[in-house]
Ligand binder design. Structure first.
Ligand code: C2E
Ligand code: CA
Ligand code: CA
Ligand code: CA
Length: 278
């Protein structure tokens, strides 16, 4: 409600105030949290559905807040996007992911690392140079780095900086379209973009267990993705029956709790070692 010609009348709502206060804490505390290493990266394995081998990881940010507890990216990423601090998170996650890739290479394992990139990162013309120098610093071949962009990020021409995307692809990095199926874009639209991979949104994959409609949607994305020459990844694979159905459809790659939850680096390495001895 507004008074005539005046300021909007705001009703007092404690939860709104609390949420705003929490947001402000995140905004003000983020840089220090990165410096203190309260922000970390967990790794979730990605497996080939054909050979059933671990081919890479997705790097997922976590914020272990000393007072608020473990924060998940769904809370703090939108906040950092709104304030322009997302570049700092992306740089941190890229550094951690490439350092891990280097460690694995030194142990004779060629694992690809996937990093989530925000639309705002593509708006930064310096971003490809940053990626290039991080690849050099960590001595990781560009083809081992996948940059994941949400479907909504790549589908809005207005927002996507196509030249930046082309330069990233030109470095040899692989580009993935994340959360595919949730946005407005069609697979045909992707043909005009430098994209190598589609990740079927987990809502469809989770629904494969129960709703037959989702099986049809997933099958259609796998088939059309392959027609366009894209690698197709299913995320949110929680059940063996779903993994079997995906393999039967010819889906290339799976990611989900069935294989492993995202793990802190040390735990991920221990998990990898436990596969070797099996
Ligand atoms: P996403 O990129 O779609 O990442 C996959 C999310 O699904 C992760 O949630 C992961 O823990 C969860 N997941 C994996 N397997 C399963 C499964 O089998 N079942 C279910 N129910 N969930 C599964 P998480 O780590 O909470 O991340 C949420 C989102 O936050 C990510 O979704 C991504 O969009 C964003 N995010 C995470 N890390 C970063 C980052 O470093 N930068 C940016 N910009 N965004 C990030
Ligand atoms: Ca992702
Ligand atoms: Ca996703
Ligand atoms: Ca998501």
């Amino acid at each position: 409600a507004t008074r005539d010609g005046g300021e909007p009348v705001r009703c007092y709502e404690p939860s709104m105030g609390e949420r705003a206060a929490r947001r402000l804490r995140l905004i003000r505390g983020f840089s220090a949290a990165v410096a203190r290493r309260d922000v970390r990266v967990d790794f979730q394995p990605v497996v080939s559905l054909g050979e059933r081998t671990v081919i890479g990881v997705e790097a997922l940010a976590r914020w272990d807040h000393p007072e608020l507890g473990l924060l998940l990216p769904d809370e703090f990423v939108p906040v950092l996007e709104a304030t322009g601090q997302i570049g700092e998170l992306t740089s941190f996650v890229l550094g951690e992911a490439l350092a891990a890739a280097r460690r694995w290479l030194d142990r004779g394992m060629r694992l690809s690392v996937a990093v989530n990139v925000a639309v705002a990162n593509l708006g930064n013309p310096g971003f490809p140079d940053e990626v290039a120098s991080l690849l050099v610093a960590h001595r990781v071949p560009a083809e081992l780095l996948t940059l994941e962009l949400t479907e909504s990020g790549v589908s809005s021409e207005r927002e996507v900086a196509l030249p930046v995307l082309r330069r990233l692809h030109g470095l040899g990095c692989r580009i993935a379209v994340d959360d595919f199926g949730t946005g407005q874009s069609s697979l045909a639209h992707l043909r005009r973009l430098p994209v190598d991979q589609v990740k079927i949104d987990k809502s469809f994959v989770l629904g494969m267990g129960t709703e037959c409609g989702d099986v049809a949607v997933v099958r259609a994305i796998v088939e059309m993705g392959h027609t366009l020459g894209l690698q197709v990844v299913a995320e949110g694979v929680e059940r063996a029956a779903v993994r079997a159905a995906l393999a039967e459809m010819g889906c290339d790659v799976a990611q989900g709790y069935l294989v492993s939850r995202p793990l802190p680096a040390g735990c991920f390495d221990a998990w990898l070692d436990s596969l070797d001895v099996r």
